[in-house]
Design a protein around this ligand. Structure first.
Ligand code: SF4
Length: 252
C-alpha cells in the first residue's frame, strides 16, 4: 500500500531526530530514502560537479530504476551535455531533462538582454530564477523527496547542511544530502574507485561547472566555488535552488 505524504514525513522526522540520519553512511541514507520514497524521489544532478555523479552511481547500485534529473538552463557547457549522454550509455539510464518555460525566457531576454546577469545581482538572480528555480519548483512539485550533492565545505552558505531535512520551501518535501559531511578527497576517491564518469572540465580547473557564461576555471588555493559568479561576493553565490525555507526536524 502506498504510504501517505504525512507518514513519509513522520518517518523522515524520526530518522532525523533519532540522530540515525547524521550517523549513517551515504549508502545507508540512500537505501533508506529509496525504500521509503520509491519512485517519488529523484536525484538532482547538474552534470557539472562530481558529487552528483557519485550519488547517481550509488543510487544506481541500490536500485537501477532510481531517478535522476538535470535542469537544462539553455546556457550549459557543452561538456555537461556530452556527459549526460555518456551517463545514459554507461548506466543504460533515463536522465530526465527539465527545461525553462520558453515565454518566461523570451520575456527576460527582452528586458535585460542576452547577458544581463553580469550587470547586477538582481539581473543574475532573475536569470537563475527563470532558468533554474522555476523549472526546479515545477519538477519537484511532483515528488515527495529529492537528493542533492550539497557538501558543508563547499561554501559559507552550506556550512550547516544536514544529511536529511524537511524542505519547507518546496511544500514540506524531504531533502536528502547524503554526502553533506564528505570532503572533496572523499568524493574523488569514490570517483576513482568506481570509475565514475565526470565532467571533463573538472580536470581543467573547474571544481564545479555551472552555466557557461557564469563559470570559469580557478587557480591553485582558490575557494572551490570561486569560479561561480566570480564577479559577486561569496555570500551571494547561490542560484536560489537551496536558499529557501529549509529546516530540520521540527513539526510537520
Ligand atoms: S548561472 Fe548564469 S546563465 Fe545560468 S541561470 Fe544563473 S545567471 Fe543565468
Amino acid at each position: 500500500m502506498e504510504k501517505s505524504k504525512k507518514t513519509l514525513l513522520i518517518n523522515a522526522l524520526r530518522f532525523i531526530q533519532s540522530g540515525e540520519a547524521e550517523s549513517s553512511s551515504p549508502q545507508e541514507i540512500l537505501t533508506w530514502s529509496i525504500k521509503n520514497f520509491q519512485q517519488d524521489i529523484a536525484l538532482s544532478c547538474s552534470f557539472g560537479a562530481p558529487e552528483g555523479l557519485v550519488l547517481l552511481d550509488m543510487m544506481h547500485r541500490i536500485d537501477p530504476k532510481s531517478r535522476v534529473f538535470v535542469l537544462d538552463t539553455g546556457r550549459m557547457h557543452e561538456a555537461a551535455y556530452e556527459l549526460i549522454d555518456r551517463v545514459r550509455e554507461r548506466y543504460d539510464k533515463d536522465v530526465e531533462v527539465i527545461v525553462p518555460h520558453a515565454p518566461d525566457v523570451e520575456e527576460m531576454l527582452g528586458r535585460v538582454g542576452m547577458n544581463g546577469f553580469y550587470e547586477s545581482i538582481e539581473n543574475r538572480k532573475f536569470c537563475c530564477r527563470i532558468r533554474k528555480v522555476e523549472p526546479m519548483n515545477r519538477y519537484l512539485a511532483g515528488l515527495d523527496a529529492w537528493v542533492t550533492g550539497l557538501r558543508r565545505e563547499q561554501n559559507v552558505t552550506r556550512e550547516s547542511t544536514p544529511k536529511i531535512e524537511i524542505d519547507r520551501g518546496h511544500g514540506d518535501m524531504v531533502k536528502v544530502n547524503p554526502i553533506a559531511d564528505w570532503t572533496h578527497d572523499q568524493v574523488m576517491s569514490y570517483v576513482e574507485a568506481h570509475n565514475v564518469p565526470i565532467n571533463r572540465l573538472h580536470t581543467e580547473g573547474y571544481p564545479t561547472v555551472g552555466c557557461a557564461p557564469c563559470t570559469r576555471a580557478i587557480g591553485p588555493g582558490d575557494d572551490i566555488r570561486a569560479g561561480r559568479w566570480w564577479w559577486e561576493n561569496p555570500e551571494t553565490r547561490e542560484c536560489g535552488l537551496h536558499e529557501i525555507g529549509e529546516e530540520q526536524g521540527s513539526g510537520i
